[in-house]
Design a protein around this ligand. Sequence first.
Ligand SMILES: C[S@@+](CC[C@H](N)C(=O)[O-])C[C@H]1O[C@@H](n2cnc3c(N)ncnc32)[C@H](O)[C@@H]1O
Length: 309
Amino acid sequence: MEDNECRDGRKKVRLANTPLSVSQILTCILPSGGGDAENLQCILRLLTSYGVFSEHREFRGERKYSLTEIGKSLVTDAEGLSYAPYVLQHHQDAFMSAWPLVHEAVLDPTIEPFVKVHGEPAYSYYGKMPEMNGLMRRAISGVSVPFMTSVLDSYNGFKGVKRLVDVGGSAGDCLRMILQKHHFICEGINFDLPEVVGEAPSIPGVTHIGGDMFNSIPAANAIFMKWVLATWTDDECKLIMENCYKALLAGGKLIACEPVLLDDSNESQRTRALLEGDIFVMTIYRAKDDNSFYFFLFILPVSYALSGR
Ligand SMILES: C[S@@+](CC[C@H](N)C(=O)[O-])C[C@H]1O[C@@H](n2cnc3c(N)ncnc32)[C@H](O)[C@@H]1O
């Protein structure tokens, strides 16, 4: 094992991924002893069957476990990122308590299950809970950074942009990566709720601005928006887009990057992830649409770049 410092200052442990027995793993978790190896083994065997661990066993010998590629995605990487905060975020008590009401989204879709349980929408609830907001920022960074790496490999729509606003940009990871790749962009504005940008790290070339996209959006040549529209109703999306239109300078454009559900309900992991995402949004957020917005994006074959003026 070797210790490293993460970019946010936390200590990170990088595993060599040598197969370990349950007692060796217990010693790592509880160096001063104790713990129940049999119970840990039950959990590790189940996680093995889900592809998180590989099991190594000589004939009837002791079981040893190493991480699979899925398991590794849950371990903090050299940049301090992993998918683990996303998993933890989705299993917080506040989210879990909305799931027993998922049927209510069918019976009475006017108020989402999260609001029925907590009396207020998810984003205003997070706003009062700094630890929830912090976990959301880390969760978004963990899933967004690898995703943006592949977007930036293939998407060329930032050409000619001088001032770029990322609406709902969370900690600013997307903007940081866009600016690192496209040096011609002189100025990046990371626009999100005040309580979110208030805790965002400083990034060269990026100004964090707190506000509400339903009121107004800072002016720019181009507006980038990723994984934002999918959590709002069609009417709310129209309002956000009207504010984008007002914010765009002449010749500007809106670059929307959102999940698009294909027609076929097949068994692929991708389809399942998208369908599960829809159920998550239906339970926690507000999205209730007639698919017209998605259709609008889907018919734009090149880049989902919506032209402004
Ligand atoms: C699912 S996250 C996406 C974050 C980021 N775009 C990414 O893909 O990495 C949605 C973001 O929208 C922000 N948001 C929610 N309501 C907002 C509002 N009224 N005005 C501005 N941002 C908002 C949230 O705080 C959150 O950071």
